[in-house]
Design a protein around this ligand. Structure first.
Ligand SMILES: Cc1cc2nc3c(=O)[nH]c(=O)nc-3n(C[C@H](O)[C@H](O)[C@H](O)COP(=O)(O)O)c2cc1C
Length: 159
């Protein structure tokens, strides 16, 4: 049976605190290692974006836990596809924090000064995941994920 790739974006709720990222990553990396999942979690200034690769069963089981997590809401699919090879295999869950999304990076990737996940096609989202994962100055794979943002920097917006 082939592996699958699944990607989505969501928005943090008021139950989410910036310091939660460290706990989310620690738990997710443990679980994902156990289930042989690999992927990337991206925290933009207003959203989460995530791509996961692994067996159909492992991705489905993990998605069921993620979607019920009260720290985020409005989980919206980019797509699910069968894959011949994994592309995000460096880490059980690599992480790119919101501070990466400088106006320069956003302009380079989207020709816009900020990133709006709901405006990305599935292909554009995959391109973004690939570019971020490939940049080892942005994508970290250790337990020490610190975001430079404070809780006040998060706004719940609906775009
Ligand atoms: C944005 C986001 C991404 C997450 N990614 C994962 C993940 O890749 N793997 C995982 O096991 N848990 C992930 N979690 C944590 C799960 O939602 C859940 O808290 C965790 O799996 C423990 O579930 P349990 O308490 O039912 O055992 C994520 C949570 C959030 C908010």
């Amino acid at each position: 049976m082939k592996d699958i790739r699944f990607a989505y974006f969501s928005r943090p709720t008021d139950r989410f605190r910036c310091t939660d990222i460290e706990d989310i990553l620690a738990v997710a990396r443990d679980n994902n290692a156990r289930l042989n999942l690999t992927g990337l979690l991206v925290q933009t200034p207003h959203h989460f974006m995530q791509v996961l690769e692994g067996s159909r069963e492992a991705v489905s089981q993990t998605y069921a836990r993620i979607v019920n997590d009260p720290r985020h809401a409005d989980v919206t699919f980019y797509g699910i596809s069968e894959i011949d090879e994994r592309e995000f295999c460096d880490c059980h869950l690599a992480f790119v924090g919101a501070e990466a999304f400088t106006p320069d990076l956003c302009r380079r990737l989207f020709r816009m000064p900020r990133i709006i996940p709901s405006l990305l096609s599935d292909d554009a989202a995959m391109t973004l995941f690939r570019e971020l994962a490939a940049d080892k100055t942005l994508a970290e794979c250790s337990e020490e994920a610190i975001t430079g943002l404070r809780d006040e920097d998060f706004f719940e917006i609906s775009i």
